[in-house]
Design a binder for this molecule. Structure first.
Ligand SMILES: [Zn+2]
Ligand SMILES: [Zn+2]
Ligand SMILES: [Zn+2]
Length: 148
C-alpha cells in the first residue's frame, strides 16, 4: 500500500461543487470519511463521523452516501449477504477480492482498465456497460491459521 494524502476539506468541497451538489458539512465530512475508510458500510461511516459530527444519524449518512453515488462521487459495492459498502469513485474500474473465510476485502486493478472488461459471448442484445468482477479467495493469514 502506498500512503496517500488525506482528502482535505477544501478538496472535498471542490468535488461537491464540481458535481453540482450543495456543500454541507455532512457531505464534506462523509467524503473525507469515505476516503479514509474505503469499503465502509453506513454503520462504519457513522462511527467514523461521530467525532466530527457528534449527532450524525444512520439515516442521515445513508441519505448522504446515496446523494454521493448518484452524483458520481462514490460507488456502492454490494456483496452477497453483507450490507452495502461505499468507496470514493476513482474512475479506474477496479475490482475486488474477498477472503471467503474472514471477509477481508481488497481492491484489485482491472487487467483491462476500462469498462466493460468482459464481454459475454451472448448478451441478449444488450449493450454491455460494465462487468462487475468479484474474485473470491482465502487470504494468507486464513491459509496459515488453517495449516496449523
Ligand atoms: Zn481471511
Ligand atoms: Zn474498492
Ligand atoms: Zn476488469
Amino acid at each position: 500500500m502506498t500512503t496517500v494524502e488525506r482528502l482535505t476539506e477544501e478538496e472535498a468541497t471542490r468535488r461537491l461543487r464540481d458535481a453540482g451538489l450543495r456543500v454541507t458539512r455532512q457531505r464534506v465530512a462523509t467524503l473525507q470519511a469515505l476516503d479514509e475508510h474505503p469499503h465502509a458500510t453506513v454503520e462504519e461511516l457513522v462511527s467514523a463521523l461521530t467525532p466530527r459530527l457528534p449527532k450524525v444519524s444512520f439515516q442521515a449518512v445513508y441519505l448522504v452516501v446515496g446523494d454521493l453515488v448518484r452524483a458520481g462521487l462514490a460507488t456502492r459495492l454490494d456483496l452477497p449477504g453483507q450490507p452495502s459498502r461505499y468507496e470514493p469513485n476513482r474512475h479506474d474500474n477496479h475490482h475486488h477480492v474477498v477472503c471467503t473465510v474472514c471477509g477481508r476485502l481488497e481492491d484489485v486493478p482491472c487487467a483491462v482498465g476500462e469498462a466493460p472488461c468482459l464481454e459475454p459471448s451472448h448478451a441478449h442484445d444488450m449493450q454491455i456497460l460494465v462487468a462487475d468482477v468479484l474474485y473470491r479467495g482465502v487470504c494468507r493469514s486464513c491459509r496459515e491459521s488453517s495449516a496449523d
